[in-house]
Design a protein around this ligand. Sequence first.
Ligand code: ASP
Ligand code: MG
Length: 473
Amino acid sequence: MEVSIFIAQIMENFEIHKFGGTTTGSLQGLKRIAEIVEQSQNIPVLVVSAIAGMTDLLTEIVENISEELIPHYVEAIIAKHNELSPRNLKLNKQFLKKVDQLRRVLYGICYTQELSGTLRDLVLSFGEQLVVFVIADVLEEHVTERSIHIIYPEDMLVTNGDVGRALIDLEKSAPRLQEKIKHILHSHTNPVIVIPGFYGVSEEGKITLFGRSGTDYSASAIANLLDSSFLTIWKDVSGFMSVDPRIVPEAIRIPELSYEEASELSHFGAKILHHRAVLPAREKGIPILIRNIQNPEKMTIIQKQATIRAGQIIKSITLMKGMAILKFYNTSGGSEKGIFFQLAKSVASCGIEIISIATSQTCISFLVRKAELEPNLKTIETQIKNIVDDIQIKSDVALIACVGEQLASTPGIAYKVFGAVSSRDVNVEMISAGASSTALHFTVNEDDVEQAVNAIHSAFMKTNEPFLKIHGK
Ligand code: ASP
Ligand code: MG
């Protein structure tokens, strides 16, 4: 039988669960993973993040590498994983072999004093490469009736090779994952599959990362590739909130979001999901459930349609601090052919993400992260000095985004938002509305952002939660 036909027949049986670092990095979280696998009536596929703090530790190691420190760091990494594992990982040959690979890569970087983006991606991927040994031990110990299988992204998740922020090529990955699954199902009736998140491989076989929190994106891609009925992203919070509760204590949980709304919120800084995580699931209409691992009844469901309640047109507000506006002035401005393309190309070639754009006849403004802009400013100036008259930077800016499906089609929303902001004497600078019918965003001075967000929140939010309905695929 052809692989794709075979897979189509059993597809419905997959349950994709994503577990983040706070879950894989605590004994209590690991216990919950075992419980969730035990309760599953289907074939659980677990996509896992490195234990909490591991990616940060690996980043610290590559940034401060020295021959004397490597053995200490490597010992610390072994100890951290071993503490969490119910079995002795120091006796696990495969685990030790992986650690040895990491050790060699680190010495290589140390001796050559060369740290390319590709090598950095490789080192950082070890958090996910190693955590699967802990998960496998936990499952071996607690879930006796299932056979445990690890599938590595190296063998199936193909990326476009973009270092540090790669995209997954779903079409190329599909047959590879399906082949692996077929192989497992051929000889096992009750498997559980574990997949490290956060990275895939380029066509040349180089490990490339999806950016911080990238396991959400891995899990969504796996859900797409296996056409699962649901994707569950387990967290230590209960889903999306109407605003960051550290800034507005009255923040409420949002039980339902459309794909559109969740995409905009994650693009504009909501930390709950990786900014690309919605797309692969959305392509197949797979509902994403964001659930609290210690309190699973509380969740946000992301799906095609989300219930909209009267008076709750703005569902959630996000903010991003540490932004800068990069302003290019040119007297002939927009009428000069190709100028926009050249500016965007220069900025993008420095690895700077353009979060938003506003243009006028004499000025083109890009909203970017200050930390990405600063080290590259000189390069941009040199590249484009012949096509603009002047460049100006406005730093210490924060972005505020208001998100809700019917925002653009409801009269008076902008009036109400800006009315609330100005009632606190806060000045609004760059505004963008209409590019998406789901988001309205603008910038204010960084010092004013909390005031502004509080004002909008109290103008729009009602505290009673709408009725929750899962529409399914
Ligand atoms: N371990 C990676 C990070 O900390 C990826 C993830 O957690 O999703 O960013
Ligand atoms: Mg994480």
